[in-house]
Design a protein around this ligand. Structure first.
Ligand SMILES: [Zn+2]
Length: 313
């Protein structure tokens, strides 16, 4: 019998993730989230605010297991990045409904004292923003687009006893553990430094946060096959595993024609964000969510014009 090889490079069939997801989420405000005396301790991690918006499962919401990484998981990182490019509360809820909570609070265990199972919205925003930045940097390297990097990459020359040396800064941050560069700083050096930075950022988020093991036994005509599994400490970790795979495989990213977000195409002629699976089915949406939003915007824009024209004629 002919066995169709279903493995596509953009799918994450080799990994099996499980993640609890709730049927409903809500955004709530926490007043005085961090007592005044503790604020210095959390400087740079939690903004010193009197109220903090957090997103959490609604009371009475059902929790079920999410097993995403067959189709759906492939969109997690790019969806997070899209959220970072056009951040809004409704988009956050939409993202969470689809993928679950990022679980960022667990990255700082002590934070749970304050937030327990809630994940602060501000962290979603920060992480989504960072995902967007990294995806943009990665695309610029792939396309060798130095214009795109001009605003974000800075080369600083300094004199040392060994002569002039160059430091590469990205978004004002040094590219750490980077070998000393002697000027002139070529295009290639800049591109390599950016990619190096992207890899370091991925490593920073993965270090100590996942476990690799065996996940599932499947049987086909040839016999049993054991699939590798990966246990992630949070959804954010899963997203970065995905980004890592993307970077290692080196697919060329595209910009969506509707919303302008970066996405990983599964076909050569794909022009917009991937359609997400409809929950609980193997079916995909008719159109990506951003196409529907773009259509709604366009018709709102066009309708008044139409009326105007009708009046004139
Ligand atoms: Zn889109």
């Amino acid at each position: 019998m002919f066995v169709k090889n279903k493995t596509k490079p953009w799918e994450f069939q080799e990994y099996h993730f499980n993640w609890p997801i709730s049927s409903k989420y809500e955004v709530v405000e926490i007043h005085n989230p961090i007592p005044l005396k503790d604020r210095v301790h959390w400087e740079g991690v939690i903004p010193p605010v009197d109220t903090l918006k957090v997103i959490r499962p609604s009371r009475g919401a059902k929790e079920y297991n999410w097993k995403p990484f067959k189709k759906e998981g492939a969109f997690l990182f790019t969806s997070l990045a899209r959220l970072g490019e056009q951040f809004s509360e409704s988009e956050v809820i939409g993202f969470t409904r689809h993928f679950g909570l990022l679980g960022i609070a667990t990255h700082w265990p002590e934070l749970e004292v304050y937030f327990r199972d809630c994940d602060p919205l501000v962290f979603v925003e920060r992480e989504a923003g960072q995902a967007a930045k990294l995806l943009n940097l990665y695309q610029a390297v792939q396309k060798r687009n130095l214009d795109c990097l001009r605003d974000r990459v800075q080369v600083v020359l300094r004199d040392t006893t060994d002569g002039p040396m160059a430091d590469v800064l990205i978004d004002g941050q040094g590219v750490y553990v980077w070998p000393a560069i002697k000027p002139p700083v070529t295009e290639n050096i800049i591109l390599k430094a950016v990619l190096f930075y992207v890899c370091k950022e991925i490593n920073r988020r993965l270090e100590g946060r996942l476990t690799i093991g065996c996940a599932e036994i499947v049987q086909d005509e040839k016999g049993f096959k054991v699939l590798p599994g990966m246990k992630c400490e949070s959804l954010l970790t899963a997203a970065y595993v995905q980004f890592r795979d993307m970077v290692i495989r080196g697919p060329v990213l595209k910009r969506c024609k509707y919303c302008g977000a970066l996405f990983e195409p599964s076909r050569e002629n794909q022009v917009c964000c991937p359609r997400l699976p409809i929950r609980g089915t193997d079916l995909l949406e008719d159109k990506p969510a951003c196409a529907n939003r773009a259509y709604a915007k366009k018709s709102r824009k066009n309708n008044p014009k139409k009326k105007l024209k009708e009046k004139r004629s």
